[in-house]
Design a protein around this ligand. Structure first.
Ligand code: PLP
Length: 429
C-alpha cells in the first residue's frame, strides 16, 4: 500500500495487511511458533539475515508484522516492531543503542513504570540516566548531556500529568549532541500527533492504551523514523555501525541502511531477550487500530467537557490540568502539536487533598477504579496510592504527579453521563 497517499483514517483501517487474490479479507492470526522450509540451505540464509522470511515467532510472525507495518504507516516511520508490552518497547528502544557505561537524558515527568525502568533497572545494568524537567531552559537540559549520552527521551503527553512535550525543541537538543530523540507517543496516538514530523527519531507506544482501546491486550511498539544518521555519529553507536559478531560480522547500517535500528532490535534484542507480542494480541490490537481515528476524537471531546466542568467547580476542585483548557500551562504547546485534540486523560486535584481524592473516587459509579488508562470505558486512578505508590511525595512532584492528583481517563460514553457521575461523587463529599 502506498501509505503516503492516504490519510490517517484510511491507514487505521487498511494499512498493514493487504490480502492477495483469494486470501482472507480479515487479517489471519498465524498461530504458529515456527515455519517450514524445503531445504536446510534456505533456512540457513534466513539465519544469516541474507534473505527475509519467517522462521520462529519470537523474532517475527506475519500477524505481528502486519500490525507493526500499520503502526509504522500511522507514525510515518520506515519500520516498526511489536513488543509484549509498552515497558518492553521503552526498554528495547534504549537498550538497542546503549550498553553498560552509557547514559541517557530523560524528561522527569514520564510514566512511573518508565521512570523506574530507567532510574533503577537500567542503572543496575550500568546505564545511567539524568532526569531533567522538560520545561527547563535549553542550557539546563544541555548541562545534563555527557560524552557517553546516547539518547534523549520524553513523552508527547506525560502520564499522569498530561504535560505537552516541546518535541521540536527536544529534537534540536538531542541532535545538537549527536543523539536520537525517543518519544513515547502513547497518549497522543498518531491520530493527534506524529512526533517524527517534529524531529523525533524513534517513537514508542504502549499499545495497551488507545491503540487497543478496549483493555483486551497488553502490548507495545517501537517505530523507527529511519531519519537518524547513525554513521555520522559512528563512534557513539558501535552496535549499529561496526560488525555484529553474533551475525557473522554483519554491520546493520551497511546491510540495512535506514532500517538499521529496527532490524537490529528484531535480529538481536528479540532473538536474545524475547518480549515479542503474541499473534492473538496483535489481532486484537489490529481491531482496535481499525477504529482509532473514530475513538480518539470522542475521547478528546469527552475529556474537554469534563475538564471544563471541573474547572468551573471551584467550590470543590483545587486545580485541573488539560491542555485543551485556555489558560492551561500547556495550552499553546497543545495548539502547536495537538491541534485536533490531545487525549482523553486529564488530571485534577480536589480541595482537601489526598484523603478527599480517595473518598471521591470511591463514590464514582460509572467511572471505575482500575490500573489502566485510555480505555473505551471511563476510568480513574490515584497515582500516589496506586501506580506511583513506591515514590515519595518529593519524587511524585518531580514526576509531575502531585500527591493529590487524580488521573481521570474519559471514555467514549456520553459525556453527560460521565459528568453526572462526577457531580454525584462531588456531592457525596
Ligand atoms: N508508556 C506510557 C505513557 C504508559 O502510560 C505506559 C503504561 O501505562 C507504558 C509506557 C507502559 O506500557 P505497558 O503497561 O503496556 O507495559
Amino acid at each position: 500500500m502506498e501509505t503516503k497517499k492516504y490519510k490517517i483514517g484510511t491507514l487505521c483501517v487498511q494499512a498493514g495487511y493487504r490480502p492477495a487474490n483469494g486470501q482472507p479479507r480479515v487479517m489471519p492470526i498465524v498461530q504458529s511458533t515456527t515455519f517450514k522450509y524445503e531445504t536446510s540451505e534456505q533456512m540457513a540464509r534466513l539465519f544469516d539475515l541474507e534473505e527475509s522470511g519467517y522462521f520462529y515467532s519470537r523474532l517475527q510472525n506475519p500477524t505481528c508484522d502486519n500490525v507493526a507495518a500499520k503502526i509504522a504507516a500511522l507514525e510515518g516511520g520506515v519500520g516498526a516492531i511489536l513488543t509484549s508490552s509498552g515497558q518492553a518497547a521503552s526498554f528495547y528502544a534504549v537498550l538497542n543503542i546503549c550498553s553498560a557505561g552509557d547514559h541517557i537524558v530523560s524528561a522527569t515527568n514520564i510514566y512511573g513504570g518508565t521512570f523506574n525502568l530507567f532510574g533503577v533497572t537500567l542503572r543496575k545494568m550500568g546505564i545511567e540516566v539524568t532526569f531533567v524537567d522538560p520545561d527547563a531552559s535549553d542550557d539546563e537540559i544541555k548541562a545534563a548531556f555527557r560524552p557517553e549520552t546516547k539518547a534523549l527521551f520524553g513523552e508527547t503527553l506525560s502520564n499522569p500529568g498530561v504535560a505537552v512535550l516541546d518535541i521540536e525543541r527536544f529534537a534540536r537538543l538531542a541532535h545538537s549532541h549527536g543523539v536520537p530523540l525517543i518519544v513515547d507517543n502513547t497518549f497522543a496516538t498518531p491520530v493527534n500527533c506524529r512526533p517524527i514530523e517534529w524531529g523525533a527519531d524513534i517513537v514508542t507506544h504502549s499499545t495497551t492504551k488507545y491503540m487497543d482501546g478496549h483493555a483486551t491486550a497488553v502490548g507495545g511498539a517501537i517505530v523507527d523514523s529511519g531519519n537518524f544518521d547513525w554513521e555520522a555519529h559512528a563512534d557513539k553507536f558501535p552496535g549499529l555501525t561496526t560488525p555484529d559478531e553474533s551475525y557473522h560480522g554483519l554491520t546493520y547500517t551497511k546491510a540495512f541502511g535506514r532500517m538499521a535500528y529496527i532490524t537490529k532490535a528484531t535480529a538481536q534484542l528479540m532473538r536474545d531477550l524475547g518480549s515479542s507480542q503474541s499473534p492473538q494480541n496483535a489481532f486484537l490490537l489490529n481491531l482496535g487500530l481499525e477504529t482509532l481515528h473514530l475513538r480518539v476524537p470522542r475521547h478528546c471531546e469527552n475529556a474537554q467537557r469534563v475538564a471544563e466542568y471541573l474547572a468551573a467547580r471551584t467550590d470543590k476542585v483545587a486545580w485541573v490540568h488539560y491542555c485543551g483548557l485556555p489558560g492551561d500551562k500547556y495550552y499553546e504547546l497543545g495548539r502547536k502539536y495537538l491541534p485536533g485534540g490531545s487525549c482523553g486523560v486529564l488530571s485534577f486535584g480536589l480541595k482537601g487533598g489526598r484523603e478527599v481524592a480517595i473518598r471521591f473516587m470511591d463514590s464514582l459509579r460509572l467511572a471505575a477504579i482500575v490500573t489502566h488508562v485510555a480505555d473505551a470505558r471511563t476510568c480513574v486512578l490515584h497515582p500516589a496510592s496506586h501506580t506511583h505508590r513506591q515514590l515519595s511525595d518529593e519524587q511524585l512532584s518531580e514526576a509531575g504527579s502531585a500527591p493529590d492528583l487524580i488521573r481521570f481517563s474519559a471514555g467514549i460514553e456520553d459525556a453527560d453521563d460521565i459528568i453526572a457521575d462526577i457531580e454525584q461523587a462531588l456531592a457525596a463529599e
